[in-house]
Design a protein around this ligand. Structure first.
Ligand code: MSP
Length: 510
């Protein structure tokens, strides 16, 4: 079986998860579920980034030991992913012994190859970013432009990684597509920055206790970013299952927002080259979104949590809305108003209404069983054609919002046919014609359910069973996703017991 491996960033856990973390994680889950339906054996790794100055400070502020704090906070993430039905195959905590073993192995390789050396370092360090900033990175007040706080001056003997050795090789590999960075504009930014030259980077701290001690000098701990990136190896068995590792490395897609693209597009490939490991195939950075034009922050009180979303919309609608509200790739802005109006238009009015009215007419006129009926697959085939032309291509390019748009177009097509047929009139005049129409709507709606699986796994399963469709929806999808071509067929057989009409997505007041 073909293999597929996707990752999300491993998140900082100085605070609880928010919609930004959900965005990347749900997107990765949708891509991964889609790939599984296409016949891939897929691995999906996420996790929590638990070391570093930021975590040490947060634990202190909570009056807890760092270990107690991260044990508790890591669970808030794994639990959110459970609630959101995230189908990860591994959740790496950087405090896991198996991760520490991976880190030791990689760092030792780099040290033995003289790619890590000791030197004096002095620089401005932003704890929020967990990185050194140069004078020109600072804003007019001398603050970190992102966190608006003064960086601390750090001066100590550190170990350095010879990033500069890799400048030309990384540049060449990005330019020749061996390291594929998407989207194109972000690749160009990275290329421009590399051309300015790469300096060696400090990869250890003498003063910070909360980190992984360097295997060759226990008086220093490893820089949190080097520790974190190696989680992508740990999650597929680098330290404890080399067979699995060899089957799934290199990674197909590292997914993240643009804020941390540099680490993934430059530092990570250099570390991998240094350790003689293959490079990831695609590094995809989606945009960063604001909430009603503001950065999400506790002080502004505009942080949206996964619980807020699930309480308002339910699990599947949260999955759908989070990743489709703004185009996947560029920066964007999210608001509650926007989420609610998309919920009402796409889910309550379009998809929900389709299901409710078809089942209601079947219930009122045929006791929810369409016995013998003339079979007309033309609407289902039109639905399939529309999706074949756009849905699969958009999914392959990770244009999740466009794939969802094509689903909405297909649902609209079916609803328009219903308006045109006016089956509520046929109910009074021609029951045979009505049965024929309803049967045709069901087969078309089943196709929607099949294409919706990755976005809304429970809803698609529900529609499939409400419609009395035959067999497993996943098997039906696998049959067509392999070739990326759906062919209309009788999914919901005549004579099947349909469910009574249900409101899948009750309208929400704005
Ligand atoms: N711990 C590092 C990542 C190490 S990966 C080896 C880190 N963690 S983080 O908690 O700050 O997560 C950043 C990521 O969260 C972003 O790259 C993105 O995936 C997601 N997002 C957080 N806020 C977001 C938005 N407002 N918009 C889009 N994505 C968001 O960096």
């Amino acid at each position: 079986m073909n293999k597929f491996y996707i990752t999300t960033p491993i998140y900082y856990i100085n605070d609880v998860p928010h919609i930004g973390h959900c965005y990347t994680t749900i997107a990765a889950d949708i891509v991964c579920r889609y790939k599984r339906l296409c016949g891939f054996e897929a691995r999906f790794v996420t996790g929590t980034d638990e070391h570093g100055a930021k975590m040490e400070a947060a634990a202190k502020a909570h009056g807890e030991s760092a270990q107690e704090f991260v044990d508790k906070m890591s669970q808030t993430f794994s639990q959110a992913w459970r609630i959101l039905n995230i189908s990860y195959t591994d959740f790496v905590r950087t405090t896991d012994p198996r991760h520490i073993a991976s880190v030791n192995e990689i760092v030792n390789i780099l040290y033995k190859k003289d790619l890590i050396y000791k030197s004096k370092y002095e620089g401005l360090y932003c704890v929020g970013c967990e990185k050194y900033l140069s004078e020109k990175d600072l804003d007019e007040n001398g603050n970190c432009p992102y966190h608006k706080t003064k960086p601390v001056v750090q001066s100590e003997e550190n170990y350095f990684f010879r990033l500069s050795n890799f400048t030309q090789e990384i540049l060449n590999k990005i330019l020749n597509g061996e390291i594929k960075i998407e989207p194109e504009e972000r690749k160009n930014e990275i290329v421009g920055k590399i051309k300015l030259g790469l300096d060696d980077i400090s990869v250890s701290r003498a003063a910070l206790e909360w980190g992984i001690p360097l295997p060759f000098d226990k008086s220093q701990t490893l820089y949190v970013w080097i520790d974190a990136l190696i989680s992508y190896l740990t999650g597929i068995g680098y330290s404890d299952d080399k067979e699995l590792f060899n089957a799934f490395w290199p990674c197909d897609i590292h997914l993240m927002a643009k804020d941390i693209l540099w680490f993934h597009a430059v530092i990570w490939p250099a570390l991998l080259m240094g350790a003689d490991l293959k490079l990831p195939k695609t590094i995809y950075s989606h945009g960063f979104f604001t909430i009603e034009q503001n950065k999400m922050s506790k002080s502004l009180g505009n942080v949206i949590s996964p619980d807020d979303l699930v309480n308002k919309f339910g699990v599947d609608a949260t999955r759908y809305l989070t990743v489709t509200l703004i185009p996947f790739g560029p920066d964007g802005d999210i608001s509650w108003q926007g989420l609610i109006s998309k919920y009402n238009s796409d889910l309550a009015n379009n998809l929900g209404n389709l299901e409710a009215r078809v089942l209601r007419l079947a219930e009122q006129n045929f006791d929810s069983v369409l016995a013998q009926t003339e079979q007309d697959l033309s609407l289902a085939q039109k639905t399939a054609d529309l999706l074949n032309a756009s849905f699969f291509g958009e999914m392959e390019s990770l244009h999740l919002h466009k794939a969802a748009e094509s689903l909405q177009k297909a649902i609209t097509l079916i609803n328009q046919q219903i308006e045109k047929d006016a089956p509520w009139n046929l109910a009074k005049t021609d029951k045979a014609a009505l049965a024929k129409c309803l049967w045709s709507y069901l087969q078309a709606a089943d196709i929607i359910a099949i294409c919706l699986i990755a976005f809304m796994p429970e809803t698609s399963q529900k529609i499939w069973s409400l419609n009395g469709a035959n067999g497993s929806i996943n098997e039906a999808a696998q049959k067509y996703f392999k070739d990326k071509k759906i062919v209309a067929q009788e999914f919901s057989p005549a004579g099947a017991q349909l469910s009574k009409s249900q409101i899948l997505f009750p309208r929400i007041k704005a």
